[in-house]
Each structure stands twice: as C-alpha cells, then as structure tokens.
Write a protein that binds this ligand. Structure first.
Ligand code: PLP
Length: 346
C-alpha cells in the first residue's frame, strides 16, 4: 500500500501557518544575549523565561536513546495531549472516524467525543488479541486512526507481533501504538520499526515506568513527515520548564529507572503467585505491565471489602470482556505485602 500523508492530514492543517513565538524566532539559546523579545520579567528566579518550545535538550537525549532522529520526536503535556494533537491533525469532525479495540484505555473514546469524531469499536478476541480481519473490514476511506494499546490497559498483555504487523500493512490510515507500559515488557518497542512503516505513530510517557506522572510528559515517535505535521498545531510552550528539567534528569538516570522497573517486575510475580492462592480469584491474566488483571467471584463486593481495609484498586467490570475483573497496580514491596495480607484475610 502506498502511503501519502497528504491524503490523511486535515485541509485546515495543511493550509495553516504555525504561530511563531519569540523563542522560535531566536534559537541561539546558549549565547550570552540580552533577551528583550518576549515581554518576560527580566529578574531571574529560574522560571522567568519561557521554556524552549522545541524542548531540544530532552528530545536529543530521547532520540539518542531510541536511535532515531530528534526530528522524529514530539513532546506533550502527558500522552493525553499528544493523543489529542494527533486527533486534531488528522481527523475532520463529523466526517472522519477512528477505530479502537475495547477493552482498552478510555481516553481514545473521550478524545473522539471531544473532537466530534466517530469511534468504531472492534472488540478484542477472547484471548485479548486484536481481531485483524474484523478491524480491516470495519475500516473505510475515512478511517484515519487505529489505536492499538500494547501492552493493553486494562488487560495487561502485549499484542501478538504478527497481528500488529498485519494491521500496519493493511490499515490505510495511521496506526497509533500506545506503549505507555512498554518498559515493563520483554518485547521490543515498535520504535525500532519506524523506518519500515510510514503510517506508524508510537506514544510513550514518563507517567508509568519512569515514575513521573506528576510532571506530565508524553512522547510521540513517528516519521519526520508526521512529526512536522503535528508540530504545526502544537501549542508553543506546551511542556513547561520545570517538566523539561525534571524529565531530562530522569531519562539520564538510566540505572535508577531500571532498578525501580526490576523491583516492580519482581513484585508483580509475588502478587501473581499470591493471587493464585486466593479462593475468590477465578483467573489471573498474564501481564506485560505494572498491573495485574484478575477475574473474581464478585468484583463489586471484593472491591468494597478491599476499600474498607484501606486498599484502593480498580474495578474494571464495566469494560466489555472484563466482567467481574479487578485491576491491581503493583506498589512498593511493603504496599504489596499489605495488599496480600488483606487478600488472605478476606
Ligand atoms: C497511563 C496511561 C497513559 C499515560 O497518559 P499520560 O497522559 O502520559 O499520563 C497513556 N496510555 C495508557 C494506555 C495509559 O494507561
């Protein structure tokens, strides 16, 4: 299938001339200059200047770590902003549609509704894999985006590589692979396949494995062509100075991040084994993420009982294929121990 991005970008976005901020027009940040161009307060307090709208230092490090070009990276105020920008770049309200694969992350649907885009849902199969044939059948020439969450929230599993590749080859719009949990999986990221698939966007986040949900930093990896389209509509200062600084420190601290991930993974197997012993647990699903989904006898009851003992988990029963399921995020070793003690008491 030949890929032409011009068939996918919204007409208004194609025509649009991006806002040029003061900091965009003058790029030589490192020189000793007198900055009188942006109506800032001149007295230094660490954040009196506008942040770099292109977040170059942070993107350079991420690009180097992923072995791609800096021009293939776009950052946002959490991946939720990145996802919203993708909608606004490619989907024409009341005309285009997207395809999502429930049970999955709720934000795709909310963003579709916010942007007035039809959301076509194609359920995962019983083993929580994409139904490739049904997805391709559901798509038409207005299907601009296909959202693949892998590892998937709330089921926890990573999708079969061949199935995702088939979708990349046969879906005529853009395939967005949400890899919020990829660092908890042994499977490789799709970032290494960017050069093979011109219609691929990968989103990642510092909110999960990197332990930085509070700073709001979402990442988008794609071809230079796709990134330059999304860059046109990105608010200039969408990633604030404090976030850029904290994120840079964190992504450079590879060792600490790795240690925390390893701790979470070993706690995940502790919890998994403990759940096997709990008499009201009927099924525990395999996880490639920092949470475990389990089917229980009565999810509402067990959720309430845990709450009364001071442990808050997520009841996912309202999701299709997830009747009577509970989702347990992996906590610290002592939080995990507390959870397991409470489970045993019930
Ligand atoms: C938690 C999560 C995110 C993270 O979103 P942020 O806005 O970056 O915090 C993205 N996608 C999925 C599937 C998630 O579960």
């Amino acid at each position: 299938m030949t890929f032409d991005i011009n068939n996918l970008v919204r007409e208004n976005v194609k025509k649009l001339k991006p806002y040029s901020s003061a900091r965009d027009e003058f790029k030589d940040f490192d020189k000793e200059m007198v900055f009188l161009d942006a109506n800032e307060n001149p007295f230094n307090n660490g954040v009196n200047r506008y942040p770099d709208p292109q977040q170059r230092s942070l993107k350079d490090v991420l690009a180097q770590q992923k072995q791609i070009k800096t021009s293939q990276v776009l950052l946002g105020n959490g991946s939720d902003e990145v996802l919203d920008l993708i909608f606004r770049a490619f989907c024409e309200p009341k005309k285009d549609n997207i395809i999502t694969l429930p049970p999955t992350y709720g934000m795709y649907k909310v963003l579709a509704e916010t942007n007035d885009i039809e959301n076509r849902e194609v359920l995962l199969t019983e083993d929580f894999e994409p139904n490739v044939e049904a997805i391709i059948k559901e798509a038409d020439s207005n299907s601009k985006l296909l959202f693949i969450c892998s590892p998937n929230n709330p089921t926890g599993n990573i999708f079969n590589i061949k199935k995702v590749a088939q979708l990349l080859q046969n879906f005529s719009g853009i395939v967005v692979i949400d890899e919020a949990y990829i660092d908890f999986s042994e499977a490789p990221s799709w970032v290494s396949k960017l050069s093979e698939y011109p219609n691929l966007i990968i989103t990642q986040t510092l909110s999960k494995a990197y332990g930085m949900a509070g700073i709001r930093l979402g990442i988008c990896y794609a071809s230079e062509e796709i990134i330059s389209v999304i860059n046109k509509i990105k608010p200039p200062y969408n990633v604030n100075e404090l976030t850029q600084k904290r994120a840079l420190d964190r992504v450079l601290d590879v060792e600490s991040v790795k240690n925390e991930i390893n701790s979470i993974l070993s706690e995940r197997s502790v919890l998994y084994k403990a759940l096997l012993e709990v008499n009201f647990v009927d099924n525990i699903y395999p996880s490639d993420s920092n949470f475990v989904l389990a089917k229980v006898d009565n999810a509402d009851l067990r959720y309430q009982q845990l709450l009364e003992k001071g442990v808050v988990i997520r009841n996912r029963s309202s999701q299709p294929l997830c009747e009577n399921t509970l989702r347990f995020t992996i906590g610290t070793p002592s939080e995990n121990k507390q959870l397991i003690e409470v489970l045993k008491e019930l």
